[in-house]
Design a protein around this ligand. Structure first.
Ligand code: ZN
Length: 288
C-alpha cells in the first residue's frame, strides 16, 4: 500500500457522479435504504479513468497492477449495501460518493466485500434526509466527520500514509509497525499476506539479490575492476529507487529494501562481501 493523492473536489468525477440521473438513483436508494446502485454508473468510464490515473492502475490495497485484460473494480470503501456483523443496510447513501470510491483488484475487492470494522463500535447510520425531506448531501463527503466519528479499522490510502503503518519482512510479509491496530486489521481483513502476494513481493527482493550475486560472480570470472563493479551495482541500486516510484508495483517492498537493506538484501549475500556492498549502497544513496 502507499499513500494516494486524490483531489476530493475533482470536478470531472464529481460532475459525472452528481448529475441528475445519478441523483435520482441516490434518492431511490436513500428512500428504500437498499444501496442498490448501477455499476455502470459508479463504474462509468469517466469515473474509472479518473481513478486509474490517480492510482496508476494499481489496487488501493495490495498495489498489484490491474492487468490490461481485467477491468479494475470500483471499490466502495464504506460498503454500500451491508456491513459484516451488523444488522443494517450499510452506507446505502454512498454508492456514488467520490470520496468513497477507490480502485481495487478483483481479489481485494472480493475479500474485503462488506467488511468494515471500526474502532468506535458505532457506525454512522444517520438517515441523510434533512428536515425538509431533502437529501442532505453535506453528510456524504468523508471529510465531513466520518473518519473522526468512526475511526475505520481499514486503511484508506487516500487518507492515511500506509508507509508509516506497515513495514515488510524478508519473506515479503507485511508487518504492522509498532503493532498498530489499524494496520493489523487491514492486513487481516483483506488478507494482504495471501500466498500469491508473498510470491510477487519476494520476487522483487530476490531479483535484486540475484543480480548482485551475478555481479560478484562476474567480478571474479571476468576480473571486473572496482570501478566497473561499482558501476554495475549502481545500475541495480537505481532499480531499487525506481521501485518506490508512484507507478511501480509493491512500493512498500522498494521502500523497505532501502530502509532495511541489511535485513532484506545483505543477509542473503555471502558474508565476506556484505560490508563492501553495504558501503557501495550508502555511497549510492548519498548521491541521490
Ligand atoms: Zn488488490
Amino acid at each position: 500500500m502507499r499513500h494516494i493523492n486524490k483531489d476530493f473536489d475533482n470536478t470531472i468525477a464529481r460532475d459525472q457522479l452528481e448529475s441528475q440521473e445519478y441523483k435520482n438513483d441516490v434518492l431511490n436508494s436513500v428512500l428504500l435504504r437498499n444501496g442498490n446502485y448501477s455499476s455502470a454508473r459508479y463504474g462509468h468510464k469517466i469515473v474509472r479513468d479518473e481513478l486509474r490515473d490517480i492510482y496508476f492502475d494499481k489496487c488501493a490495497y495490495c498495489e498489484s497492477k490491474i492487468k490490461p485484460v481485467s477491468t479494475p473494480h470500483i471499490e466502495h470503501f464504506r460498503p454500500k449495501k451491508k456491513i459484516t456483523g451488523i444488522n443494517n443496510s450499510g452506507y446505502y447513501w454512498l454508492g456514488y460518493e467520490w470520496s468513497n470510491l477507490l480502485l481495487a483488484c478483483p481479489s481485494c475487492n472480493g475479500i474485503k466485500s462488506t467488511k468494515f470494522p471500526v474502532n468506535n463500535e458505532n457506525h454512522i447510520t444517520d438517515h441523510p434526509i434533512d428536515a425538509n425531506g431533502d437529501i442532505d448531501y453535506t453528510k456524504f463527503d468523508h471529510r465531513n466527520g466520518y473518519h473522526r466519528y468512526e475511526r475505520a479499522l481499514i486503511i484508506n490510502p487516500e487518507y492515511w500514509k500506509p508507509e508509516k503503518l506497515i513495514s515488510l519482512s524478508y519473506n515479503g510479509e507485511l508487518i504492522p509497525i509498532k503493532n498498530n491496530k489499524l494496520a493489523i486489521t487491514t492486513i487481516e481483513k483483506i488478507d494482504l499476506n495471501r500466498h500469491d502476494l508473498l510470491i510477487e513481493r519476494t520476487k522483487v527482493i530476490d531479483n535484486i539479490i540475484q543480480r548482485i550475486e551475478e555481479q560478484l560472480f562476474r567480478r571474479f570470472e571476468d576480473n571486473l575492476d572496482d570501478n566497473a563493479f561499482q558501476n554495475q551495482l549502481n545500475i541495480i541500486f537505481k532499480d531499487i529507487i525506481i521501485r518506490i516510484g508512484q507507478e511501480a508495483e509493491y512500493t512498500l517492498v522498494g521502500r523497505n529494501m532501502i530502509e532495511k537493506f541489511d535485513e532484506l538484501i545483505l543477509e542473503d549475500i555471502e558474508p565476506e562481501f556484505q560490508e563492501e556492498i553495504f558501503d557501495y549502497f550508502v555511497e549510492f544513496l548519498r548521491g541521490h
